[in-house]
Design a protein around this ligand. Structure first.
Ligand code: HDE
Length: 745
């Protein structure tokens, strides 16, 4: 008998099974917590499907105990494999079919479980989950990029999908939105064209996950209706700092229906409690190489460390009779309703507090559908929305292999399901009885109809008339006034980022005529914008151009159009918290231990995390104590962090000042406008870096000094004022007012 045969005896299997790894134990523990205290109704619904392999012995899919899985069944030790080897065939066949088609868009995603709680009853919407503040409605949220395939990098420039499923007592409500409030096109019939143009070009499948190529901008330039969205996509919104730092939008106008049956228009918003913050483009590109899973990892670790991402649900409600006085066609998904015209009312909060157990079973198999609504919510005639109503079920038939995807654990509602759907691939339910039609008398008319008073969904009667026609409403013709509003509302640094992004994206476009056409559209928005981009990509801004269509007419006495909307600028977002932020501390042997620990505990107290970066892993000996390095200059990088801190200690600083890696770390953090802090001799490392080139004032000081996010205290000792100033600088997120361009990195 071969040696390996002897090793795989059932006894050995049994012994191995009893030695459960720490990771498996942790997973099993997490699973039982999910079914225990604090579990939502969806957690309990998922529990029967969860499997821990702890303490098990191996079987085939059919329950036969497996004695040996290391060698296939052969005719002699060196002979051919026998067809009879059913265990081999089952194992390989299953493996061969492990992959399913990835989503045609939004293929790359990461998800989390959580719950939603209303702040108070929402009288305009009869939906049960918006009535009782005591009720925790389970949610599952999947964030995604749009263009890249499943294995693409997280930090590419792209819209982010923000799809939320509420498992309500009345059925699933899916709010399948994005992190940008408008869309490229007005009618869903253009979606295949848009996606074909944006995805890698079909002849060579390049570029992987980026719109910076000819076909996208060719399409975009020929579709002036995309101009508003293009500005958002070139803005910092398209490179979020994390999923927890993004807004979410339902994009379309929906309807809310109250208990009396009165309907109103609504736009859905998610407002992140941490504010809306972004990466810088250079950082995003470096992250795509150094940690392509940056956002996925961040979401996972935020949840495991208890920094649960939280978002408030906001509603912009418009009385139907007042809609036309806004001068904005609410059926046009390339338009927002400025928050200054119709305030966003926050009606509840969502907390994401549990990671999925299994990526494939949950994040991959979740099948969102815009059509999943509950009584109290209804659709409008937005022609983009209407096409989506068809698409989302249709696409699952291919992706999830048949019509029974709603029976998958992650897709099952917590509300009871009863109907006459039957058969199809992978049917799970075993429905009893012979009656599979309605009406019936043989099953006493069951499942019976639910009148509205008993929770039945009833579409509100709405008069519809008109000739059959393929045409666009003239009220959709204004493609530029909201693009102007967006541009005018941005801060100076945001505008500079947008211009640079335009130079990057269009700079990759080889066809000059395509670049020119896009610039001609941008010239309709703002001359400074068009010239800023054009001057970097070798084209001229055309004089004049065709007159742009005016905004839709306002009927009645509506509010005057706005010239700016401060709510659109990230300069006006939350900047008073460091919750979940990561700070890198650069140390080598001889570092000042007390300084490091004081700063660490202050950061931790404020909800941030400090990680130690050193030349090598292992224990780093400091003056007065020692610390384990979390990462080295090889495995860590400034782009993983929100800020950098350099504690003193003459020995440490002498080593770091001679290290190009340490100097690069500081330079790069500075160039990406992050807070940089130093205490005691730590100041010397900043002096050895290129910060002087940016004329940072504090570098000569011995007392506390804070200049454009560089916070130093040359005299070590009492660090209270330093930690306070440093934490405030980190909370600012970025210090855009720096001369960062003079610092190489
Ligand atoms: Fe989607 N979209 N979409 N979309 N979409 C899909 O459904 C589609 C649109 C959005 O995390 C697909 O299950 C059409 C707007 C998100 O699983 C597909 C049109 C918005 C997700 C599809 C749109 C979105 C999708 C691909 C034009 C923002 C990911 C796989 C009429 C409001 C959900 C799938 C997840 C996914 C079709 C336009 C958001 C093919 C035809 C506008 C967040 O059905």
């Amino acid at each position: 008998m071969a040696k390996s045969n002897k090793e795989s005896t059932p006894e050995k299997l049994g012994r191995m099974a009893s030695k459960v790894s720490g990771a498996a134990k942790a997973a099993a523990g997490a699973a039982s917590r999910r079914a225990g205290a604090g579990a939502t109704s969806k957690d309990l619904d998922l529990e029967p499907f969860r499997r821990s392999l702890e303490g098990t012995s191996m079987t085939t899919d059919h329950g036969l105990k497996v004695a040996h899985t290391d060698d296939s069944l052969k005719a002699g030790a060196r002979g051919p494999i026998l067809l009879e080897d059913h265990h081999l065939r089952e194992k390989i066949t299953h493996f061969d079919h492990e992959r399913i088609p990835e989503r045609v868009v939004h293929a790359r995603g990461s998800a989390a479980h959580g719950f939603f709680q209303a702040y108070e009853p929402v009288p305009e919407c009869r939906a049960a989950f918006l009535q009782d503040p005591k009720v925790k409605t389970p949610v599952f949220v999947r964030f995604s990029t749009v263009v890249g395939s499943r294995g693409s990098a997280d930090t590419v420039r792209d819209v982010r999908g923000f799809a939320t499923r509420f498992y309500t007592t009345e059925g699933n409500f899916d709010l399948v939105g994005n992190n940008i409030p408008v869309f490229f096109i007005q009618d869903g019939i253009k979606f295949p064209d848009l996606v074909h143009a944006a995805k890698p070009e079909p002849h060579h499948e390049i570029p992987g996950a980026s719109t910076a190529h000819d076909t996208f901008w060719d399409f975009a330039g020929l579709m002036p209706e995309s101009t508003h969205m293009l500005l958002w996509i070139l803005s910092d919104r398209a490179i979020p700092r994390s999923f927890g730092h993004m807004e979410g939008f339902g994009v379309h106008t929906f309807k809310l229906v109250d208990a009396e049956g009165v309907s109103r228009f609504v736009k859905f918003h998610w407002k992140p409690m941490l504010g809306v913050h972004s990466l810088v483009w250079d950082e995003a590109q470096k992250l795509a190489g150094k940690d392509p899973d940056f956002h996925r990892r961040e979401l996972w670790e935020a949840i495991t460390s208890g920094n649960f991402p939280e978002f408030e649900l906001g509603l912009q409600i418009v009385e139907e009779r007042e809609a036309e006085s806004l001068g904005i066609d609410l059926l046009d998904a390339t338009k927002i309703i400025p928050e200054e015209l119709v305030p966003v009312r926050k009606v509840g909060k969502m907390t994401l507090d549990r990671n999925p157990d299994n990526f494939f079973a949950e994040t991959e198999q979740v099948a969102f559908h815009l059509g999943n609504i509950v009584p109290g919510i209804d659709f409008t005639n937005d022609p983009l929305l209407q096409v989506r109503l068809f698409s989302y079920i249709d696409t699952q038939l291919t992706r999830l292999g048949g019509p029974n995807f709603a029976e998958l654990p992650i897709n099952r509602p917590i509300a009871p399901v009863a109907n006459h759907q039957q058969d199809g691939f992978a049917r799970q339910k075993i429905v009893q009885g012979r009656v599979n039609y309605f009406p019936n008398s043989l099953a006493n008319g069951c499942p019976m109809m639910n009148p509205e008073a008993m929770g039945g969904f009833v579409t509100r009667p709405e008069p519809v008339s008109g000739p059959k026609t393929r045409e666009r409403s003239p009220t959709f013709a204004d493609h530029f006034s909201q693009a102007k509003l967006f541009w005018a509302s941005l801060s100076v640094p945001e505008r500079l980022h947008l211009i640079e992004a335009g130079r990057f994206e269009l700079g990759k476009v080889e066809t000059k005529a395509v670049r020119e056409r896009v610039i001609a559209n941008f010239a309709q928005v703002d001359r400074e914008l068009a010239e800023g981009i054009a001057s970097g990509i070798g084209v001229m801004v055309p004089e004049g151009g065709p007159p742009a269509a005016p905004p839709a007419k306002r009927k009645g006495r509506g509010p005057a159009p706005l010239t700016t909307s401060p709510a659109l600028s990230q300069a006006n977002t939350v900047m008073d918290t460091v919750k979940g932020r990561r700070v890198a501390a650069l140390v080598a042997d001889g570092y000042a231990h007390a300084e490091l620990e004081r700063v660490r505990s202050a950061l931790q107290g404020a909800g941030a995390r400090l990680e130690v970066i050193a030349p090598v892993l292992g224990e780093i000996a400091g003056a007065g104590g020692s610390v384990e390095a979390d990462k080295t200059f090889l495995t860590g990088a400034s782009v993983f962090y929100d800020a950098v801190y350099v504690p003193g200690g003459a020995g440490s600083i002498e080593k770091l000042s001679g290290s190009a890696d340490a100097i690069h770390f500081v330079n790069e953090a500075f160039r990406h406008c992050k807070a940089v802090g130093a205490t005691g001799e730590g100041l010397e490392l900043l002096r050895a870096s290129d910060l002087r080139k940016a004329e940072v004032q504090g570098l000569d000081g011995m007392e506390l000094s804070s200049d454009a996010g560089v916070v130093v205290q040359g005299k070590a000792g009492k660090l209270g004022p330093f930690t306070e100033a440093f934490i405030a600088a980190v909370a600012q997120h970025r210090h855009w007012d720096r001369g960062e361009k003079s610092v190489p990195a």
